[in-house]
Design a protein around this ligand. Structure first.
Ligand SMILES: [Zn+2]
Length: 487
């Protein structure tokens, strides 16, 4: 008896020792960088003013070729031409797909693979019901309280204008790139990018171009948003989730509601929805999520470090914890959200058909076919028809954090925002960068805007804005990235 107790105690001590040794060996992945040659922004804040003007063009994604909004895109193009004279003089501009822009800045060394820096010109509309809740009119581009306000300030004109400002700055200072650089600005990112980014990618492919890396919008610098992390953290999207909507349909005879059959269309559909709700997709730490914890874990307090350094033991615990909040839950599984439901025309008539739409966001490692099959399995009812809706996007490839281009981004972020932690992560939304997947395996999604807890909802929401200081940092970030990317 005593012997067993002793053995248990010994094993337990060994286990504790292993946990602590691993936690102690969980070393910071944050790199040290050399200081940079300063990038002096204009004292008159002309850059912020130009961003403000760019916001005033209502470049809402065009829904048809006859769209009157097309004029706004043309006016924005003209504004860019006259604002960035060095860009106009030294870069080749091509208009693609009607309203998208592709700029080529030829490098001196043809041996180096070109890099592509991208953003999008279009914005989402402003919901009329929320327009009165804006602190400043959404297309005013007002500069007030240290911010530039308006639709597109974050998504994604800060990125378009920031890139142009950076290139203009470098040209004005006599910089000439070794590596050819492309700037690609799509005009329909918010509605899928088929007329814009997809066409630019096809054009580059037709020219036989392979890209060293691609940088798009995506994740940002999160300050006070990530539990357990006190410093601001720059999350670089190394992958993005896929997209699929499924339409579930049930049929029944219909007729008078005074004599309902056991199985009604609505009843059967409800049971299907309930089964889906009760059986979420399994939680899994995909590579991007795992790597995020490898980078952030060492920066956390001991108790959390102990868990994250010992995922061989604590992974189930971590997954349970992450499942609790919608934001972190989306990182660890394919999500399935019912978004639309239709049935019935009158209170005393049985509908002959009921439909529901489920929107899925596919985690890396899952597939469209696999996810649809699982949904059919979970429902387990041949009377429920499951149809895949047309917009279908597989999850992206995962970009390598050991690649020179991740190192380049990492270094640039640390140089521009020295107190900021850097970590790879998974983007749960979709970006235009997916259209470039055949052109590069190094695709990254990041823009250095600081998001505090109440800023996340400004994306596509009310009071979209960017701090002038943050915007100027975006410009410096792009300029430094281009300087750093020359070998
Ligand atoms: Zn965007």
């Amino acid at each position: 008896m005593k012997k067993t107790a002793f053995a248990v105690l010994a094993l337990f001590s060994i286990l504790i020792a292993i946990l602590f040794i691993r936690a102690a060996g969980f070393r910071s992945r944050q790199i040290a960088v050399d200081p940079i040659q300063p990038i002096v922004m204009d004292r008159e804040r002309l850059a912020a003013r130009r961003l403000s003007q760019a916001i005033q063009f209502k470049t809402i994604s065009l829904q048809g070729s006859e769209d009157r909004g097309a004029q706004e895109f043309r006016r924005l193009h003209a504004f860019i031409d006259k604002s960035f004279l060095h860009v106009a003089q030294h870069l080749r501009k091509e208009v693609v797909g009607g309203y998208s822009l592709l700029y080529t800045w030829p490098g001196k060394d043809p041996q180096l693979k070109p890099a592509l820096l991208m953003a999008h010109l279009d914005v989402v509309p402003v919901d009329a019901a929320t327009e009165s809740s804006w602190s400043e009119p959404p297309f005013s581009g007002r500069i007030a309280g240290g911010f530039v306000w308006g639709r597109g300030a974050m998504d994604d004109k800060a990125s378009v204008m920031g890139l142009l400002e950076a290139v203009e700055y470098l040209l004005a200072n006599g910089f000439q790139p070794q590596r050819t650089l492309y700037l690609a600005f799509g005009h329909d990112e918010e509605i899928g990018g088929r007329a814009g980014a997809a066409q630019i990618a096809a054009l580059l492919r037709s020219r036989g171009i392979a890209l060293e890396f691609v940088l798009d919008e995506g994740l940002n610098i999160f300050d006070g948003v990530i539990a357990g992390i006190n410093a601001p953290a720059a999350l670089v999207g190394i992958a993005e989730k896929g997209y699929l909507s499924l339409q579930l349909t049930t049929q029944s005879a219909g007729g008078h509601s005074s004599t309902p059959p056991a199985d009604t269309a609505i009843g059967e559909l409800s049971r299907a929805l309930q089964r889906l709700d009760a059986h979420p997709f399994p939680a899994r730490l995909s590579d991007p999520a795992r790597e995020m914890f490898e980078f952030l874990g060492p920066e956390m307090a001991w108790s959390k470090k102990l868990v994250l350094a010992n995922l061989w033991l604590f992974e189930p615990l971590l997954k349970k914890q992450l499942s609790r909040s919608p934001l972190t839950n989306a990182l660890i599984r394919t999500t399935a959200a019912p978004t639309m439901i239709h049935a019935g025309v009158k209170e005393n008539v049985l509908p002959s058909q009921a439909t529901a739409t489920i929107n899925l966001r596919l985690a890396p490692g899952d597939t469209i076919a696999g996810a649809a099959a699982r949904v059919r399995d979970v429902i387990g009812d041949p009377h429920v028809d499951v149809k895949l809706l047309p917009v279908q996007i597989e999850p992206s490839e995962v970009s390598d954090t050991r690649s020179p281009s991740f190192a380049l981004l990492n270094r640039t972020i640390r140089q521009i925002a020295p107190q900021t932690l850097v970590a790879p992560a998974l983007l749960v939304a979709a970006t235009d960068s997916r259209h470039y997947q055949n052109l590069s395996k190094n695709i990254f999604r990041f823009l250095p805007i600081t998001l505090r807890p109440d800023d996340v909802k400004r994306y596509h929401g009310v009071d979209e804005r960017i701090a002038i200081e943050d915007y100027e940092r975006c410009v410096r970030f792009y300029a430094q990235l281009i300087r750093n990317s020359q070998s």
